[in-house]
Design a protein around this ligand. Structure first.
Ligand code: ADP
Length: 348
């Protein structure tokens, strides 16, 4: 029976109670003393009064509405229970789908790692052979041949850096990127990276400037290899996304318990509506895609993970066509209690 029908039956029964009461009292009196008219009259009025009181109790003083409310509450709690059960079921389904997605993601990451590893060895072989040819170790080459080989060498190099980025991003995601922390002078890292990148800057008719404060920064608690990778990525981006002539400035400042590094260029900048995605995997802004077709969109994703692992932050300020400044922070050694004792550089 539906809830509405049940309620109907209950209403009818309740409405019948005073009537039944009346008949029971009046009828009972007639049966008990059939010839006493005064008793009949008294009992008739008594039965009438009682049935009216009962009627009033039920309908005026809301005994009935209470039943209705009770029924409504019961109905709501039933619906809530059903809803909760549905939610639990959905939650289980979502967890199952999520697990499946994680498994697929892991399989995909594994596949990428295997492919990237397999590619790296032959690419290194090609690089080595091209190098021999270009140096003339395998016989003299004319200028035209050299020109073609140089192009092949550069393409091969780009493939190697793409494969390295893919492997780097994969390690970042799986958390298997190894770190070796020590007390590091950022200036040492910066000098090394600049030395390596000078030829690229010259080729692009751009220049680097290291601000003098860099030399006086306190030691940071960092993995020098990983910091080198971050700085290299930021500098490469500054060169890639700038038009000559231009200057890339590296600045540094000690702020509280951190050192803050800035890399400023006067290049194409990053459009406002795309800024939120800059640290996402594989993201490349529209203006960057037009200017520089080479790129994976993985560099900043990796850089962010590295800086986070150091306990620092990475962010940027930019406007389209007005250049960009990328900042990152690294913890200063003397404020960091985790430096291994054997390094002998921990101060109190
Ligand atoms: P990639 O340079 O290989 O595309 P990154 O992860 O290093 O990948 O950078 C992601 C995107 O962020 C770039 O494609 C570009 O759109 C934007 N970007 C990064 N650095 C700069 C910069 N200095 N100036 C302008 N855009 C930048």
């Amino acid at each position: 029976m539906s809830n509405e029908k049940k309620l109907h039956v209950r209403y009818t029964l309740l409405a019948l109670i005073p009537l039944v009461l009346f008949f029971v009292i009046a009828g009972g009196t007639v049966l008990y003393s059939p010839h006493n008219n005064t008793t009949h009259l008294i009992s008739f009025f008594l039965a009438l009064t009682l049935s009216i009181i009962f009627e009033l109790l039920i309908f005026r003083f809301q005994i009935l509405p209470n039943f209705v409310e009770l029924d409504k509450t019961r109905q709501i709690s039933l619906e809530l229970e059903q809803g909760a059960r549905l939610l639990v079921r959905r939650d289980l389904e979502l967890t199952r789908v999520n697990d499946q997605l994680s498994e697929l993601d892991a399989a995909k990451a594994g596949f990428i790692t295997v492919v990237a590893h397999q590619l790296r060895t032959p690419l290194s072989g090609v690089k080595w052979t091209l190098n021999l040819l270009l140096k003339g170790d395998l016989g003299a080459l004319n200028e035209e041949q050299k020109g073609f080989l140089l192009k092949a060498y550069e393409s091969n190099d780009r493939m190697i850096s793409l494969v390295n980025d893919m492997l780097g991003a994969d390690r970042v995601e799986s958390g298997s990127l190894n770190y070796s922390f020590s007390a590091v002078l950022f200036a040492d890292v910066a000098h090394k990276v600049l030395q390596e990148m000078l030829p690229l800057a010259k080729a692009r008719k751009l220049s680097f400037r290291l601000e003098p404060e860099i030399e006086h920064l306190p030691q940071v608690y960092a993995d020098p290899e990983r910091v080198r990778a971050v700085l290299q990525n930021l500098l490469e981006n500054s060169l890639k996304y700038s038009l000559p002539p231009g200057e890339v400035v590296i600045s540094g400042k000690a702020e509280g318990t951190f050192v803050r590094i800035g890399v400023t260029d006067s290049g194409i900048g990053i459009p406002r509506d795309e800024q939120k995605n800059v640290f996402e995997r594989f993201f490349r802004a529209e203006n960057a895609l037009k200017l520089e077709t080479e790129g994976t969109g993985l560099g900043l994703f990796i850089a962010k993970s590295i800086i986070k692992r150091h306990g620092g932050k990475i962010w940027f300020e930019s406007d389209e066509n007005r250049g960009a400044t990328f900042f990152f922070t690294l913890p200063i050694v003397k404020f960091n209690g985790q430096l291994p004792r054997k390094e002998g550089t921990m101060s109190t």
